[in-house]
Structures are given as C-alpha cells and as structure tokens.
Design a protein around this ligand. Sequence first.
Ligand code: HPA
Ligand code: MG
Length: 225
Amino acid sequence: MAEVVAQTDRRTEGIVIKDDWPGYSLDLFNYPAHYCGDLDCVIIPHGVIMDRTERLARNIMDDLGDHDIVVLCVLKGGYQFCADLVERIKALSRNSSHTIPMRVHFIRLRSYLNDQSTKDLHILGAEDLSFLAGKNVLIIEGIVGTGKTMETLLKHVQAFRPKMIKVAGLLVKRVQHSLACVPDYVGFEIPDRFVVGYALDYNEYFRDLNHICVISESGKKKYKV
Ligand code: HPA
Ligand code: MG
C-alpha cells in the first residue's frame, strides 16, 4: 500500500516563475477582446491560480484551523484572491470536523499611479479595527511589490492588538532590494514586471481579466493617466 506522506506547512516562496519564463501565448486562451493588443503574454493561467489557492487554503487550515479568524481583505487588488481563498477554506471547513468560524472585513489601500508606486499610502476602512483585539487575523493581499505597503498595514493592524497576524499574498515580486515584508503564505513568486488580471489593475483596467498577464507597452500607453 502506498505510504501517505504528511505535507508539512512551511513558509515558502510559492511557485517560482523565473525571469526568463516567456509566459503562454495569448492565442492559447480566451480573454476579453477589448484587451486585444494590450497584453504581452499569460504569465499565470486562471486554472493554475485556482489550484494553488486550493493548496494555500489547506496550509492555512492546518495552521489556523483551531481558532476563529478575521480575514482582512485588501481591496481592490485582493478581492478575487480573497473570495476564492475564503471559498476554499469554507469548503474544507464544511467537509471536516476541522472548522473555522470566519469573519471578513474589507479595507482599501491605494498607492499606485500608472505602473509606479507613489509615496502616499491611503488606508480606508481601517480607522477603527478595535474588533481585532485578541483575534487571529489573516490579511489577504493580491500582490506584494516592495513590501512597504504591507509593512505599513501590518504596523497599523498591530496597534489594535490582535492575538496573531498572518499574511497571504497571491503574488510576490522578486525585486532587487529585499522585501520589507514577506507573506506567510505565498501563491507565486514572479519576475519584477507589471502584471494585471485576476483583480489586479493598471489604472482600474484589467480587473475583468481572469488570467494573470503581463501588460504590453501599448497597453500601458493606452490606459495611462
Ligand atoms: N500589477 C498591479 N498592481 C501592482 C503591481 C503589479 O504588477 N505591483 C504592485 N501593485
Ligand atoms: Mg492597483
């Protein structure tokens, strides 16, 4: 009989996408026709995102499954990942005696204009997080670029004295400087390129794209503000 090997939790960089990975041709997938010419390639197809998310949900359940958790969904870029991750945590919770009561709260961060991070970080919906006191908090973020945004947010959340804070990031960029904050749960480590889709935007465009794609130079020009 095959031996069943327990899959242990450990902090990893997730699925590593190398700098020389050319991505998949857009011709191999369906995507909205209004983005024709605006994208270079599909870097992570939607199905792969879903499969990785399923595994992250299990890792989170293994670590946090004994406690109530408060999910902090970081809008707008994290909404799709948050919805899919929470859905999978719920499915695991339904199908086992290992169950987590979960609350979901939304906060909004804004720091990007075009493809550049700006100095001003606005946190909305986070003025009074006193309900986090003594709770296990899971922050869910779509992408961690420099890690500075997450570092600022973590400081803000820590001030409300939660029992524990864990961060799940679907994407982490491989940037030159070491990250100010590395998530506990990482979906994918990606090259330092501007990506869109699966709720990640460029000036509010491309959230309605299922796959994670690299934006083209002409796409950047077309939607520049
Ligand atoms: N795409 C969208 N939003 C972002 C990115 C990115 O590559 N990096 C930081 N925020
Ligand atoms: Mg954005």
